[in-house]
Design a protein around this ligand. Sequence first.
Ligand code: DGL
Length: 272
Amino acid sequence: MRRPTIGVFDSGFGGLTVLKALLELIPVADYLYFGDTARLPYGSKSAQTVAKYAVEATQYLEQHGAGLLVIACNTATALALDPIRDASSVPVIGVVDPGAERASMVSENRKVAVIGTEATIGSHAYLRALEMRGLEAREKACPLLVPLVEEGWVDHPVTEQVARIYLEEVFTDGFANADVLLLGCTHYPLLKPVLRRVAPQHAAIVDSAESTAQVVAEQLRLAPPSVAPPQERLRPTLLRFFATDSAEKFRRLGARFLGRPIEDVQHVDLKE
Ligand code: DGL
């Protein structure tokens, strides 16, 4: 009779925005977070490499007790969801479908602008997920935004200028009236204030981190792993972090994404 242990995987720190949304929505659970910080960024790598790295990391989470896997990384979801599912024996939830579903619920004129890394946009995973739901999509890779967020420039004039240039190229021609901006990257929720300023006012911002947390909550309601006894429910949330690069750096940078201090970080060396 245990409460759920949710494994959250990302290429690095950005997936902590998904963990943050999960903690708000599902506080009575334990969480294992794996950040593949030694091998990031995934956004500029090939599908084959991303799949290899992501499968290794998610298997590590499963071996350490995860009963459900959340692929918080948009790039890993877009390029490697099938290989991850094939290698896992627990349910796997990615971020693309929940984000597309939410966009579909919000959009009235069925036109959506999607932004993400080179690899996510190059895979057209969001385009396919949106078209399946009867929406038109225009995709735009915004490779400069991840390093700007990692630099801590989340509300900086340079970031605002870069975001403005990217979005001007999306909200134009037949897409000037797109009424949703879908954030297809873990790092972009931190840029919401900047993006709100530079995106057209008629466009709603949809965050795949929040939509994914909702899908996980629904999945747990439908298939609760078990009913936790009262003392289990009262126990504080167990949060463990694994990082393939420096634990100290993960603690320092990660706190910014999670919005709270990070304590229990273990360095992991995944052998090639
Ligand atoms: N986590 C990645 C994503 O959501 C962004 C960072 C990276 O490129 O590794 O696409």
